[in-house]
Ligand binder design. Sequence first.
Ligand SMILES: [Zn+2]
Length: 407
Amino acid sequence: MKTLIKNVYLYNKTVDILIKDNLINKISDTIEDKEAEVFDATNLAVLPAFYNMHAHSSMSLLRGFCEDLPLFDWLNNIWKREATLSAEDIYNGTRLAILEMIKSGTVFFADMYWHHSEIIRAVEEMGIRANVGICFMNSLGRKTIEENFDFAKNPTITKPSLVSLSIAPHAIYTCDKDLYKECYSFAKKHDLIFHTHLSETQKEVEDSLKENSMRPVEYLNSLGVLDSKTLLAHCVHLSEKEAEIISQNGATIVHNPCSNMKLASGVFDSRQARKYNCKIALGTDGNSSNNNLSMIEEMKIASLLAKVHYLDSEEGNSNTVFSWATKNGAEAVGINAGEIKEGGVADLMFVNIDNEKMQPNYNIISNLIYSADTSCVDSLMCDGKFVMKHYYVEGEEEIIEIAKRYK
Ligand SMILES: [Zn+2]
């Protein structure tokens, strides 16, 4: 399968791009290919699509359900409501989330939730990528924990698929050390991503010091569960030593600035993490603590938060934040995307440069981060196939109609 993208704006010039199967085959001033399906991209700019590295997609059903509470009070309310959600609800919530992600230029999300087969079904139907996290907590009970491991051994994934799995112990305050070790050894044995929340609040740090005589990162490091296939969501409260441990292990910190601000968790110390060369990616977290899944908005807030936190305009540099939202996430899950280059995976976002928020165009990255909103995203290609063309996603009307039933 070949797609020829004609007259697309790439950084500072207009080019043609040939997509062959799922890869960028050629980028040149002019390309002709009679066998290729042509996509006229006049007045569109091509950019790498977003990788949302920490989400709870089905929580889209809980958007606006519980507001203005700190993390632990908020979680208690959310858990009660989540206990009432059926498998069908999870499927509907995931589809709503994926629709929102596609409309805002996201081709991948790293998820963590329940009813995994429903999440996988929604992802496969809608054609984007996901790393679906099998969530573990001691309170699930041994039977459910075993069922989760069984599912991870034999998931309902249709091959070939853009879905992969992760083993996702929820957090150090919901999983004991034996469960963390069991999850990690399973992830290693089956070569899966390991995804957990860590060091999100000051309370988590204080409790860890009390219970383990170690800070959260030191504690997980002592269990031997950190490596280059680990995603650590939040990492708001890190000591210098903890930043160094994360860097040495090659784990990726997933920064969730909107959620950290909304739940009053604190400010991630991006300057310290960069000082220790930690890998950093960006995520939205779930829709009930954000309350949208726009990586454009997440980038802007990440950048502005860093500037105001350090009172230093060089912090939150737009190119750095853009790589957190694209390339760094793709790298963390081993996908050769996040850059527009020949041989790279064709995960591409097409932005309307005739939109009033995109002109004048001195710098398209800064326009995208500081000026654009999701209305600037015209089309989206995932793995060489369009999942949105000129603002339309197949089945979007039905997804919205179903979402209206929830309130
Ligand atoms: Zn989360």
